[in-house]
Design a protein around this ligand. Structure first.
Ligand SMILES: Cc1cc2nc3c(=O)[nH]c(=O)nc-3n(C[C@H](O)[C@H](O)[C@H](O)COP(=O)(O)OP(=O)(O)OC[C@H]3O[C@@H](n4cnc5c(N)ncnc54)[C@H](O)[C@@H]3O)c2cc1C
Length: 417
């Protein structure tokens, strides 16, 4: 009987853990072990390109063109590795007995578990919001936004898009959509406008001031209207308007909500410890901490957006980024192998990774260590990061083909030159 290392979620964290474990089992000749990777989709999504997808109309790229540069079939990515793909939805977890319930009705028993189920939108109980708003988490979400814009632009005289949330998702989305809307206006389909609502005093709360200033200036130049210190308190779906704390009402044709995230709801009521925002608490080795009195079966690790890890300064969480998810997954995979071999675990050390905020066209703001770089060089850096990631998950020629196709499509779609 083989023993099982189960990994839940094939996003940035889960996929990296599966690839590393698949290789490690072979390298260490651990033939008594198997890796089972569970995801509701049979593909992996490269989320950082979803903004471009939502702003690329059908006349530039078809659904299939876009899907081929942003999503990657898991069987192809895992080809040749000792990883079994279970394409199913996780519907429940029984951590004391080591069982994962699946929506198909079957279940998966495990000896080690890595939870990498990511996060989902948080609506803070705002009346009418969930029903009225589009989100941006998946490839299908991005297609829904692009289709809604195209259809509405034929149906209304003035197309108004309201984006709730001026964090990185909100500003990047506004920056990508605005040039397309400007073109729709120039072509005479309808007049257009984006309003970006943010509850804080400036967009990108918590980011360094130099980054905030450059991003805000770019958005202003693109003619995105930014309203700060404004919080949505209700959505009047009949009137197609958001009501703000200040009493103001803003009408919309399309409402997009990017302001809140919470861990995957499947992880909500487990017999483990949580931090105050509902993310899973983990020990230094990234293993989950059982609630007092509960004994978890085997060893359970958590990585990525679903877990809370203190940052280098210790007073904040490590940001929810692909880079952090990958780093945590690599460590969890090493610790699983170390545990199987009876070796000590390694502690996770958070780091400040570089980040890049694209803001429309060939423009981005990158923070690399103490350096803030803005404009075309930062956009090039973003392209380099994308290529690096593709090379890590696909054979080199395939990775290059996908990367060039993406560059070609998005350059064709770039109305800013
Ligand atoms: C639009 C957008 C742009 C972003 N841009 C950047 C960026 O430029 N740089 C950056 O570092 N980060 C970026 N991020 C954040 C980054 O994508 C996340 O931090 C990262 O994906 C977290 O990795 P994860 O493995 O925890 O979760 P995810 O990558 O979200 O993976 C979760 C996986 O679990 C699967 N899943 C969920 N529920 C179930 C279930 N019940 N059953 C089975 N499978 C399930 C999902 O299908 C998914 O494959 C972006 C995010 C978004 C939404």
């Amino acid at each position: 009987m083989q023993q099982t290392i189960a990994i839940l979620g094939a996003g940035f964290g889960g996929l990296r853990a599966a690839m590393l474990l698949g290789k490690a089992l072979r390298r260490h000749k651990l033939t008594d072990w198997r890796v089972a990777l569970v995801d509701r989709n049979d593909y992996h999504t490269y989320a950082p390109l979803l903004y471009e997808v939502s702003a690329t109309p059908e006349e530039v790229a078809t659904y299939f063109d876009l899907k081929s540069i942003v999503t990657f079939p898991l069987r192809q990515v895992l080809g040749g590795l000792a990883v079994e793909l279970v394409c199913d939805t996780v519907s429940g977890l029984d951590l004391p007995h080591g069982k994962v319930a699946l929506a198909s009705g079957s279940s998966l028993d495990y000896d080690y578990l890595i939870i990498a189920l990511g996060a989902e939108a948080r609506y803070y109980g705002i009346a009418g919001l969930q029903e009225a708003a589009l989100g941006l988490k998946t490839f299908d979400d991005a297609m829904r936004i692009r289709d809604a814009i195209w259809l509405s632009s034929c149906a209304v005289k003035k197309l108004i898009i309201v984006i709730g949330g001026g964090g990185s998702t909100g500003v990047e989305l506004a920056g990508e959509l605005q040039p397309w809307l400007n073109e729709i206006t120039r072509a005479g389909r309808c007049s257009t406008g984006i309003t970006l609502l943010h509850a804080g005093a400036s967009v990108l709360s918590g980011f360094p001031q130099r980054v905030v200033e450059k991003v805000a200036a770019r958005l202003g130049g693109l003619k995105v209207k930014i309203l700060t210190n404004e919080r949505i308190v209700a959505v009047e779906s009949g009137a197609h308007a958001v009501r703000l704390e200040s009493g103001m009402q803003i009408p919309f044709d399309i409402l997009i909500w990017t302001a809140g995230v919470k861990p995957n709801s499947i992880l909500g009521k487990l017999p483990v410890q949580y931090e105050s925002n509902g993310r899973l608490a983990v020990a230094e080795d990234l293993s989950l901490l059982a609630d007092g009195g509960t004994r978890l079966h085997g060893k359970v690790y958590g990585v990525g957006d679903a877990v809370y890890v203190g940052s280098t300064s210790g007073d904040q969480a490590v940001p929810m980024t692909a880079r952090s998810a990958i780093a945590q997954a690599s460590l969890a995979a090493r610790n699983v192998i170390a545990d199987i071999q009876g070796k000590p675990s390694i502690a996770y050390k958070p780091r400040n990774y570089p980040y890049i905020i694209p803001v429309g066209g060939k423009y981005a703001v990158a923070k690399i260590g103490p350096l803030v770089v803005a404009g075309f060089p930062a956009w090039l850096f973003k392209g380099g990061v994308e290529l690096g990631y593709l090379l890590a998950i696909l054979p080199p020629l395939h990775a290059l083909r996908v990367w060039f196709k993406g560059i070609k499509l998005f350059t064709l779609n770039d109305r800013l030159g």
